[in-house]
Ligand binder design. Structure first.
Ligand SMILES: [Zn+2]
Length: 316
C-alpha cells in the first residue's frame, strides 16, 4: 500500500481515499493587496455561509479535494479557511508561499531566502499563524515582466522548503517563456521539476511550450475551465496535444474559480459574482470524452495526477 498523503486543513489524508481533485481554485481572495486597511478581513461564518452552496454543488458532482491557491499577499486568512473547511466534506488544501512582488507584504521584501525557507517549512510542518492547520504546498507568482530579483529569491527559498518537506511548488505564470525561465531557476537551485506546477498554462497559446515543460517533468495546468474569457476548445486542443505526445501524466485541470471577496459588502467579486466549481465535470470532461479521450485517461488527469502532484512522502 502506498503511504503517500496530502496535507489538508483537517489533517493528513491518504491519497487512496481521494477521487476527483481540483488543483487550483479560490475560496477567499483579496486582490487589494496587504497595505489596504481591512485587507483579508471578514467574518468567517459569513464567508462559510456564502461559499457553502458552491462547495455542496462541487461535492455533488464528485469533487473530493480542492486546493486553495490564494496565497499570502492575496488574502490568505487561516481562520476563514478553517471555518469553511468545517462546513464541507471536501478536503481543502491551503498554501504557504507569497504572491508576486506587487502584493508582497513589507516583511517579505526584507527577508532573506533562508528566512523564507524557514517560515515556509514551519507552515508546512507545524501550522499557519499559530494554528495547527498546516499548509499543503507552496504557492508563488511571477510578475508579467519578471521574475524580479525578489521573485527569484522566492523560487530559491521555495526549492529549499520543497526539498525539506516534499511539498509541491505552484506558480502563477502568465506566459510560457516565464514558465521555462522559472524552471531554469528552480532546476539550478536543485528542484526536481516533478515538484513544479505551471499554473495558468492556458495563457500560453504555443503548444510547443506546454510540451517542453511537460517533457522536462513539470505539471502543465490548464486552470480556466468554465471561465467565460477563455475559449474552452483551445484548452481541449492543448490537453489532446499533450495526450498524443504521451504526456497525459503531466496534465492538470481546474477552474481558478470562486471566491468570496472581502472588499465587497456581499462578498461577490466584481467580475460577475462567484463562479462555481462544477464546469469541469459538467462540461469540460464530456468535451474531452467526445473527442475520444478514454475514461482511464480522464481518471489519470483528474484524480491520479493531482494526487501525485500534491502528495507528501511518508514521514513515519
Ligand atoms: Zn488562481
Amino acid at each position: 500500500m502506498s503511504s503517500e498523503w496530502i496535507q489538508t486543513l483537517k489533517g493528513a489524508v491518504a491519497i487512496e481515499a481521494l477521487g476527483l481533485i481540483l488543483p487550483h481554485e479560490h475560496l477567499f481572495t483579496d486582490l487589494r493587496g496587504p497595505t489596504v486597511p481591512g485587507y483579508a478581513q471578514a467574518e468567517p461564518a459569513t464567508v462559510a455561509r456564502v461559499l457553502e452552496p458552491y462547495l455542496a454543488a462541487a461535492q455533488a458532482v464528485g469533487v473530493t479535494a480542492l486546493v486553495e491557491c490564494s496565497t499570502v499577499g492575496v488574502g490568505r486568512n487561516i481562520s476563514v479557511l478553517q471555518h469553511v473547511a468545517q462546513l464541507t466534506p471536501i478536503h481543502i488544501v491551503a498554501p504557504t508561499g507569497v504572491y508576486r512582488q506587487e502584493f508582497m507584504p513589507a516583511s517579505f521584501r526584507q527577508a532573506s531566502a533562508e528566512q523564507l525557507t524557514q517560515a515556509w517549512v514551519g507552515e508546512l510542518s507545524e501550522g499557519i499563524d499559530g494554528t495547527p492547520a498546516r499548509a499543503g504546498f507552496i504557492k508563488l507568482s511571477v510578475s508579467d515582466d519578471g521574475p524580479t530579483p525578489l521573485e527569484i529569491r522566492n523560487l530559491i527559498a521555495a526549492t529549499q522548503a520543497s526539498q525539506q518537506t516534499g511539498a509541491a511548488i505552484a506558480s502563477h505564470t502568465p506566459s510560457g517563456a516565464l514558465a521555462l525561465r522559472q524552471m531554469e531557476i528552480l532546476e539550478a537551485a536543485g528542484l526536481d521539476l516533478a515538484r513544479f506546477i505551471w499554473a495558468h498554462a492556458n495563457l500560453e497559446p504555443d503548444a510547443a511550450m506546454h510540451l517542453e515543460a511537460a517533457r522536462r517533468g513539470a505539471y502543465v495546468e490548464f486552470d480556466a475551465v468554465g471561465a467565460s474569457w477563455q475559449p474552452q476548445t483551445a484548452m481541449v486542443d492543448h490537453v489532446l496535444a499533450l495526450i498524443q505526445a504521451d504526456q497525459a501524466d503531466r496534465v492538470l485541470l481546474s477552474h481558478d474559480a470562486g471566491w468570496y471577496d472581502p472588499s465587497r459588502p456581499d462578498g461577490q467579486p466584481e467580475a460577475g459574482g462567484i463562479r462555481g466549481y462544477t464546469a469541469l465535470v459538467e462540461d469540460f470532461l464530456p468535451a474531452l470524452r467526445a473527442r475520444g479521450v478514454a475514461a482511464e485517461l480522464v481518471r489519470l488527469i483528474t484524480e491520479v495526477n493531482p494526487a501525485r502532484a500534491f502528495a507528501l512522502p511518508d514521514q513515519s
